[in-house]
Design a protein around this ligand. Structure first.
Ligand code: ATP
Ligand code: MG
Length: 448
């Protein structure tokens, strides 16, 4: 993408309304624009990151055996009356009337909708187990939307729903999602740690939040250093096999906890030099809630003995749009964002230091073409802005690698490569620079 044809209205000043660094940088890097409180337009740069995160989530859901669907954002109130949640949900639910005065709502979540779909189409235990998910916008009229996309009112969530014949099978479905989540966040360059959680208004008795550690997190989290260092299951993990040893490892006695739970016990039991105490951001949340919705909504199947049984369900959320801010919180420096390759809006920034100079243009254009032909996503700054401005823009948008082509280097047949993380620079031959960046990007794509 040539910057002269892109849409990147970066801001030089830090907007006053933004309190935390991810919000500041998302505005400065022109990733989002606020439409109203807690509601954002996604500008091209931010939208590219959102799509990459969404795609990683999708790939790992699919790998674990979940099946993608798409349910509507607008739901009927009657559906929520069947589960009893229409009155229970409170002011966070955006309630709407259509022209026939029918009560509708903008979905804050989709348990009811998916239960209805399943109930009306599945009759036998032979159709189990299943896990259906979608990636769809939600609306929750939060009391205090803040921190940009981290606590929005409209936000993108992946929500999956598992259906099983009994509690034991549902436990396996839960374990699959647990492992899929470990892989999902690791692929984004994040260290996400599972923490046993309360089940809240969704109810049930087995639940974990997935937390990333960052100073601006909303909760104080404690865990053992081993948990942060633990290697994540690889691509070859067998989702049909017994996953409980992996789960056990991640939920051991030194598992993460917070103020609301066993923090005091944790501090007493874990050696001081092994204690991690940090702020945490919740990026995912998984629940097993048994027959909480299937029972009242009559979602039953015929079991092997011919008797009707309510299906056991779980639900599994990932905050896709929150992750955009969360990754910035976990990965930035004074100059701007520092994107891990797998979620970067572009993989390489190409800077032409003297647009309009025949030789420099020819060299930069050739590099652009070679990288693009190699399947690399390049943002090519071919504008006539001064060098300082170009460097500042590249740093604030945080692409993992930069290649700088200037008239002096071109005479010597050289280009400068910069790695955004850490800022290491190197001047080498132009072709060698291209080859090296292609190698760095393609190996970095495969983070997990
Ligand atoms: P929180 O405790 O942060 O309010 P929650 O427990 O209400 O979140 P869930 O119902 O578990 O949220 O939703 C699943 C995921 O959706 C959360 O783990 C979070 O990543 C994301 N999420 C929830 N609310 C918001 C929001 N207002 N803005 C952005 N993402 C959100
Ligand atoms: Mg939650």
């Amino acid at each position: 993408m040539r910057l002269t044809r892109f849409f990147l209205p970066v801001l030089r000043e830090t907007p006053k309304e933004a309190e935390i660094v991810s919000h500041q940088l998302m505005l400065r890097a022109a990733m989002v624009k606020q439409a109203s409180a807690g509601i954002y337009s996604w500008l091209p740069l931010g939208y590219r990151v959102l799509k990459k995160i969404e795609q990683i989530v999708r790939e790992e859901q699919n790998r674990s055996g979940a099946i993608e669907v798409l349910m509507p954002t607008i739901q009927s109130a009657d559906l929520w009356r069947q589960s009893g949640r229409y009155d229970a949900y409170g002011k966070e639910m955006l309630r709407i009337k259509d022209r026939h005065e029918r009560d509708m709502l903008y979905g804050p979540t989709n348990e009811e909708q998916i239960t209805e779909i399943f109930r009306d189409s599945v009759k036998s235990y032979k159709d189990l187990p299943r896990n259906l998910y979608h990636i769809q916008w939600k609306f929750r009229d939060e009391v205090r939307p803040r921190f940009g996309v981290m606590r929005g009112r409209e936000f993108l969530m992946k929500d999956a729903y598992s259906f099983d014949l009994n509690a034991e099978a549902a436990r396996h479905a839960y374990n699959r999602m647990f492992v899929a989540y470990l892989r999902t966040f690791a692929r984004m360059g994040l260290k996400a740690i599972p923490m046993a959680a309360d089940t809240g208004p969704i109810g049930g008795d087995l639940s974990h939040e997935f937390i990333i550690l960052a100073d601006t997190g909303e909760s104080q989290v404690y865990c053992h250093t081993d948990l942060v260092e633990m290697p994540v299951p690889g691509k070859d993990v067998d989702f049909d096999g017994d996953l409980s040893p992996i789960i056990k490892q991640w939920t051991s006695q030194y598992a993460a906890t917070d103020e609301k739970h066993d923090a005091a016990k944790f501090v007493a039991e874990v050696p001081a030099d092994k204690q991690v105490s940090a702020r945490g951001i919740e990026v995912g949340h998984i629940f097993y809630f048994g027959t909480k919705y299937s029972e009242p909504m009559g979602c039953k199947v015929q079991g092997p003995d011919g008797k009707l049984v309510a299906v056991h369900m779980g639900s599994y959320g990932v905050g896709v749009s929150r992750l955009v801010g969360g990754i910035i919180e976990a990965s930035h420096d004074d100059a701007g964002c520092v994107w891990p390759v797998p979620v970067a809006p572009f993989e390489v920034g190409l800077v032409n230091l003297k647009s309009g100079d025949k030789d420099t243009d020819a060299a930069a254009n050739a590099v652009y073409e070679k990288l693009t032909n190699a399947g690399i996503d390049v943002l090519y700054d071919d504008t006539d802005e001064r060098a300082g401005g170009k460097f500042a823009t590249m740093d604030v948008i945080g692409l993992p690698y930069q290649i700088v082509i200037g008239p002096k280097g071109v005479k010597a047949g050289e280009a400068e490569i910069k790695t955004r993380k850490g800022g290491a620079k190197e001047t080498i031959g132009i072709d060698a620079a291209v080859a090296k960046v292609i190698d760095l990007v393609t190996t970095g794509r495969d983070l997990a």
